[in-house]
Design a protein around this ligand. Structure first.
Ligand code: 57M
Length: 359
């Protein structure tokens, strides 16, 4: 909005020229989203408490979690709100990728919202049935894939990290690939969201990483110099990524150990899907396995644990899945698990960025 309202004034007041720059708008989108969460956070937490939107804690979980009963959840509503508002304020709204990213955040946020809402009304730790939730996620990702497929400048090649000459063209199959990436990431972030700040930390780190990739992929000269896929218009998605990172920082202020609020599915599903969508738009889809390595490992720990549990009729690989519970049960204090996972996420982000040169 500022881009459309203030930039045109640069002809008479030259300082408004600054609204043209993606870098400037990214910084301020991030600060705006941070401030929205920071300022409205206490009010939202109070309202959620008053409405008794408190977390039900599973009795079969680690004992340390029992004291968390009643912590307000659905704080993700504020995250989604601040991302959307900040994006609308700072992005060039004629950019199709920005609208696709917003569609994904709001769409997955709505699925999570319904799930949380049902869970809280029914007062049990299950909302939508797994099948219905999954179907809604697939339909939305399918719509996103189809929209992308019909954008004339958007190609259907997949970038393989470290191998610049190999980028297979999936053709119409790219739509299904988009479904896999978005639905997979959304659920992986959801599984990771089980300790204070555990999911939001790596989400912020991944958003900052993709902010850089979006800028680079949308800049014809830099993309050419670094020999990565040039996606005309994708630079504007850097502003969106800035908003995600800023909202994440604002939320982390209250979600850090000991958490005053949890994000709920409304937050975890929407943030995961947003990262998936951004990885697709910037043509760094496979790289998400590295950037979001924490989410991948958490999801794999569940797949292996459940698979092994079924095959062996009750034996386990980990003390408990997802993986963070394993370390908790080994006796690591919660903040230790969280911060160590963040450290790994930062290292993975650095490795991802090295692919800009190593190829
Ligand atoms: C949701 N939700 C948290 C909060 C958050 C297939 C199966 C492995 C699935 C998995 C599962 O249901 N995972 C998805 C994880 C829950 O947090 C809420 O959910 C939202 C995210 N969707 O925003 O609203 C709990 O996590 C804790 N929490 C924090 N701080 C935070 O900032 O401490 C969350 C955010 C909260 C709070 O305690 O209540 C969750 O963990 O439920 N299922 C499991 O994770 C279960 N694993 C399991 O049963 N494993 C088995 C195998 C054989 C399947 C095994 O290993 O033995 C565990 N879940 C829990 N306790 N809570 C089991 C123990």
């Amino acid at each position: 909005m500022f881009y459309h309202l203030l930039y045109p004034l640069h002809t008479s007041i030259s300082v408004f020229n600054v609204f043209r720059y993606i870098t400037f708008r990214t910084i301020y989108a991030s600060l705006t989203a941070f401030l929205i969460c920071f300022i409205f956070g206490p009010w939202v937490i109070r309202r959620l408490s008053e409405l008794q939107i408190g977390q039900y804690i599973r009795t079969d979980g680690p004992e340390t979690h029992h004291k968390k009963a009643g912590t307000p959840t659905m704080g993700g509503t504020l995250i989604v709100f601040s991302i959307v508002l900040s994006t609308l304020l700072w992005c060039n709204l004629t950019n199709v990728y920005v609208w696709i990213a917003l569609l994904v955040v709001v769409g997955y946020g709505s699925i999570g919202f319904i799930d949380d809402y049902l869970m809280l009304i029914k007062k049990r730790n299950r909302g939508l049935t797994v099948r219905v939730k999954f179907l809604m996620q697939v339909m939305l990702a399918l719509a996103t894939g189809i929209l992308l497929y019909f954008i004339p400048d958007f190609n259907t090649r997949v970038t393989i990290p470290f191998l610049k000459t190999m980028s297979p063209d999936l053709g119409a199959g790219y739509v299904l690939f988009v479904v896999l990436v978005i639905v997979g990431t959304s659920n992986a972030v959801n599984l990771t969201d089980g300790l204070d700040g555990l999911a939001i930390g790596p989400v912020i780190i991944a958003a900052v990483t993709y902010m850089i990739f979006a800028y680079v992929a949308g800049h014809v000269k830099i993309a050419d110099y670094l020999q990565i896929s040039y996606v005309p218009g994708s630079g504007e998605v850097a502003v969106f990524c800035g908003a995600v990172a800023g909202a994440g920082m604002g939320f982390l202020w209250f979600n850090t150990y000991p958490a005053q609020v949890f994000m709920g599915d409304v937050g975890s599903l929407s943030l995961g899907a947003a990262l998936g969508a951004v990885s697709v738009i910037t043509k760094q889809e496979i790289l998400l396995v590295i950037v979001g390595g924490i989410f991948v490992v958490e999801a794999l720990s569940v797949i292996f644990q459940v698979g092994y549990f079924k095959v062996t009729h009750g034996k386990r690989i980990f003390r408990m899945a997802p993986l963070h519970h394993h370390f908790e049960l080994k006796g690591w204090p919660e903040p230790k698990v969280i911060v160590r996972f963040w450290i790994i996420a930062i290292a993975l982000a650095l490795i991802s960025m090295s692919t800009l040169k190593l190829r």
